[in-house]
Design a protein around this ligand. Structure first.
Ligand code: AMP
Length: 396
């Protein structure tokens, strides 16, 4: 079956068409600058990328252009839209309501809307994308796959914050975690790859990308993860600060005369390795600057890796052990230097890195620890679109 996978941001829409029998991508691309002017990037597998500038006042025009491109006589990946068997939508926040993916109905859309408070930038965009697809592809089954769902197995001791219980009762303030589709996919895939019994395996997944998070997966279930109520908690990221003393918010707001939104903007958009180094949020730029003697870029890299190693250590404690550690996402898959620096702090676990293997691994599946390493370390590229397509087919 062909599944159209849709991932809507506030002004963007990423898409892929996946043939779920062969698990091949037939076409992919994105719409950018929705509501500003509009640009469609479309690529049929095997052909060059096509870029078309065209007005996209809303996500509806964006979806409409994607569908037209998919059935274009010359470069379309499909002959007609009837070849799309289902649509899988990434939905960022499912709150406590969604513990797994589900078929989209009017009731589901209402329940997702009720989670809007928890992800005010993302959920409304996801719903607009869902509604646009329902209007333009009536009768095609649609599935919502939630970033938070995989982490709903966390126990209360992991997801509750040390603040008055009333905030949980009244407003559901708690840790939810994100990147769930990736943590779920990678924790399963590593067991297939390494021939492990998932029900008996303790895995730590390090999803290190522009947004980064770590999860502790015990017996296939997430029991803790580093992101929280929002994606701001946990690791130091591209532009997000990760864990800090909450008093910093008040302190910088007072000093710089900022309101709460202004201070939060600093923590979300101007912090992380970008804010520390003053160079870039991209790790390739950071390494280049560090190699040229830029001390702040070096510090940003040190801080990032130190925080990852500390989280790994804490998740070993959370699971009372670990069998394997997995690196994934842009940095985790490609950046051998970051992996090496993180693992330098974990030799106490009996980890020995296969340096040649680590250095040679960029974007492919590999074991990067030696055979006698007490804990195995892997690189497993994430594939959130494929995971969404699989969930979609399973549900319909
Ligand atoms: P993601 O959010 O998973 O797409 O990851 C994006 C980030 O991965 C970029 O901002 C870079 O910091 C990092 N990245 C991508 N490719 C490489 C590479 N070849 N080497 C180091 N870092 C990379």
């Amino acid at each position: 079956m062909n599944v159209l996978v849709i991932n809507c941001g506030s002004s963007s829409l990423k898409y892929q068409v996946i043939d779920t029998d062969s698990e091949q991508v037939l076409a992919k691309g994105l719409c950018e600058r929705i509501g500003i002017d509009g640009r469609l990037v479309y690529q049929k597998t095997g052909l060059d990328k096509e870029i078309t500038d065209a007005p996209m006042p809303t996500h509806k025009e964006a979806v409409s252009m994607v569908l037209e491109a998919l059935v274009n006589e010359k470069t379309g990946a499909l002959k007609s839209l009837s070849e799309v068997g289902a649509v899988g939508h990434r939905v960022v926040h499912g709150g406590e309501k969604f513990t797994e993916s589900c078929l989209i109905t009017d009731e589901v859309i209402k329940a997702v809307e009720e989670c809007n408070d928890l992800a005010p930038l993302h959920n409304p965009a996801n719903i607009i994308g869902i509604n646009a697809c329902r209007e333009l592809m009536p009768g095609v089954p649609m599935v919502g796959v939630f970033d938070t769902a995989f982490h709903q197995t966390m126990p209360a001791k992991a997801y509750m914050y040390g603040i008055p219980y009333d905030y949980y009762d009244k407003y559901k303030v708690r840790k939810y975690g994100f990147h769930g589709t990736s943590h779920s996919y990678v924790s399963k895939r590593v067991c297939e790859y390494a021939g492990l019994d998932i029900t008996k395996t303790k895995t730590i997944v390090c999803h290190l990308g522009n947004g980064s998070s770590i999860s502790a997966v015990d017996g296939g279930k997430s029991i803790d993860t580093s992101m929280g109520l929002t994606p701001l908690e946990g690791l130091i990221m591209g532009t997000r600060c990760g864990d800090i003393d909450p008093s910093v918010v008040e302190f910088i707001a007072n000093k710089d005369n900022l309101d709460i939104a202004g201070a939060m903007n600093v923590l979300n958009k101007k912090s992380g390795v970008d804010g520390i180094s003053g160079v870039s949020s991209d790790f390739r730029d950071l390494w280049a600057a560090a190699d040229n003697g830029n001390e702040k870029a070096k510090l940003a890299l040190d801080m990032f890796c130190y925080r990852v190693a500390k989280y790994v250590g804490s998740y070993v404690a959370a699971m009372n052990g670990v069998d394997d550690i997995v690196f994934t996402a842009g940095i985790g898959e490609n950046d051998a230097g970051v992996r090496e620096k993180v693992l330098e702090n974990l030799t106490y676990l009996g980890i020995t890195v296969d340096k040649a293997k680590n250095d040679a691994t960029h974007g492919d599946e590999a074991k990067i620890s030696t055979d006698d390493s007490k804990v195995a370390v892997y690189v497993i590229p994430t594939n959130e679109e494929l995971a969404i397509a699989r969930e979609t087919v399973a549900l319909i």
